[in-house]
Design a protein around this ligand. Structure first.
Ligand SMILES: O=CC(=O)O
Length: 332
């Protein structure tokens, strides 16, 4: 019997033993390609024929580019599963995969704590206005001249969570420890048990009544530029916005204008529309805390994510099915 093939796109950094143990079931192969054009060629020239499942990392997009129509349609017919090592899978066109009979998994849950932690860090940092003084201290100017305006306490502030999935709900618990009042908006209203006391509001009410708005929704065709000029105008003057989801859920150009106009007081960002490029208006603005996409950048979380993704690969090799599929394929 011919052995199955698993294609690794990107690196295994932590879970080496688990990865290597897959070689009992399958041949573990890597591409030769260093560019998207070479990868497309490698798919077309038959070198990757027989690959059954692909394990891909977020960073591997640097070689292959997005798993869009063009790429998915040149994958060998044998490819039936794509296991993506990340919670957000906007690098993959799931609809094209579904049409080609390819099932896609992601890594939820394992990312929740680390992402909600950095989310809380950005909320506190943006509310307290720490960034200008952290910059002036390094320039030898202590708190700066003049010193920055006083910051704001989280206690009693309304936190509007846009996207109440695993990360949003984890953040809710953390923010409650800082006595924030939680409202949320989501595609679907949660059961009372999952909402756990958070009040469901319309998108418009969330925008107009939150002191802090946290973006915890996935990027897809419905959420691209979910916040733009019209939405910034609906917010309370002096609102704080934090984004640990994906940059393109906000229109960065419109955000810079809303910051410059003082409508948005401060912002905490871990993600950007065109990573690793950052809008110069964000870099120039001291009221913006910038972190270079480090939401899951911890030893424990990176390890747990790899283990989760390998578990999905193992599951398809052993049983022909994934442990978890992305929500768009739940009914497929
Ligand atoms: O951005 C991180 C992830 O999608 O897991």
């Amino acid at each position: 019997m011919t052995r199955q093939k698993v294609l690794l796109l990107g690196e295994i950094e932590h879970a080496h033993d688990s990865w290597n143990s897959l070689s009992a079931f399958a041949d573990l192969i890597t591409p030769r390609a260093q560019t998207r054009a070479e990868f497309l060629d490698e798919c077309r020239n038959g070198r990757l024929d027989g690959v059954f499942v692909i394990y891909r990392t977020f960073a591997s997009v640097g070689i292959t580019g997005r798993f869009d129509d063009e790429l998915v349609n040149v994958l060998p017919d044998t490819v039936k599963f794509i296991c993506h090592n990340g919670a957000g899978y906007d690098q993959i066109d799931v609809y094209v995969c579904t049409a080609r009979g390819i099932r896609v998994s992601n890594v939820p849950t394992a990312v929740n704590d680390a992402t909600a932690d950095i989310n809380m860090f950005l909320i506190l940092g943006a509310l307290r206005g720490f960034n200008p003084s952290m910059m002036s201290l390094r320039e030898g100017n202590w708190r700066g001249h003049p010193p920055p305006p006083l910051g704001h306490d989280p206690q009693g502030k309304t936190l509007g969570i846009l996207g109440m999935g695993g990360i949003g709900r984890n953040l809710k618990k953390k923010a409650e420890a800082f006595s924030m009042k939680i409202i949320y908006h989501n595609r679907c209203r949660l059961t009372d048990e999952l909402a756990d006391g958070a009040r469901y509001v319309s998108f418009e009410e969330l925008l107009s009544t939150s002191d802090v708005i946290s973006l915890n929704l996935p990027l897809n065709q419905d959420t691209h530029h979910k916040l733009s000029t019209r939405e910034f105008e609906m917010m309370k003057k002096g609102v704080v916005i934090v984004n640990t989801a994906r940059g393109a859920v906000m229109d960065e150009e419109a955000l810079v204008k809303a910051l410059d106009a003082g409508r948005v007081a401060s912002v905490g960002l871990d993600v950007y529309e065109n990573e690793p490029k950052i809008h110069p208006g964000l870099i120039a603005n001291p009221h913006v805390i910038l972190v270079p996409h480090m939401g899951t950048w911890t030893e424990q979380t990176q390890t747990a994510m790899e283990e989760w993704n390998i578990r999905n690969v193992r599951s398809v090799l052993e049983t022909g099915a994934l442990h978890n599929v992305v929500p768009e394929q739940a009914d497929v």
